[in-house]
Design a protein around this ligand. Sequence first.
Ligand code: G3P
Ligand code: CA
Length: 301
Amino acid sequence: MKPFTVIAHRGACGYLPEHTLEGAALAHGMGADYIELDVVLTRDGQLAILHDLFLDAVTNVAQQFPGRNRADGRHYAIDFTLSELKTLRVNERIREPAFPQRFPVGGNIFRIPSFEEMITLLQGINHSTGREVGLYVEPKSPEWHQLEGKDIVHELLESMAAAGYSKEQDKAYLQSFDMKALQRAKNELQSELQLVQLIGDNSWGESSTDFDHLRTKAGLDEVSEFAVGIGPWLPQIVDIEDNKPTDISDLIDNAHAAGLFVHAYTLRADQLLDKYPNLETALEILVDKAGLDGVFTDHPD
Ligand code: G3P
Ligand code: CA
């Protein structure tokens, strides 16, 4: 069997609230190869582990800091210091009724970790278990941070280097939807880290990257000039409503031909079960038939 990479998406967020120290520890214990981390910058230039630019979906920020919202009603991490973020409580993302069986909302026992705390935790468990789990880090929305006057890619590369992740052989990937940010990391900021180009859908407005183009052979050749792999959205590989082999796209084969591996997002045991009889069938199709090299998953076990 060829090696398959299990990337714990936001920790073990099928079981514990996303991007918490507890979730990352569980993912490590479940045998993940990498822990996926999204990072944002705070007002005082610190890196915090958080998926959204704003805090409202997973914390009690509205109760804790009334009136600190922007015009759109949201409370943005970049408007708060790291010390302020540390006073918040993190809960399971409220996406009713998508994931009713996940960790119950309202326990108020989890906090937002700083990037430094997360690294300390993971390197400590790597040490105590003797099993090295890698980092798979995504600086969220570099273009948006730039508009806010902050260089998140530069800050992240500095912090990763300080923690021992700066070379190609280090067990870490830098991933982004923003192609220009990855090209800049390699060419201008001289990063030797392995880079992964995430591929979304142009309708999401994730960045100015043209994802339709990146999925073409010419686009994949361009990506191969700076990245070692791509991270497409699962429906770009298989039609998840129909598991016939003929529904597998040629994206994986074309990426492999361009010398790129393919790690798709996001496999969720509690979402796929509507479409497949079980997770094993889904993995059989994705790995054995489609040739996927790895997956971001909420259920790293
Ligand atoms: O980074 C891979 C996957 O996590 C991309 O989606 O929105 O969960 O960051 P998102
Ligand atoms: Ca991510």
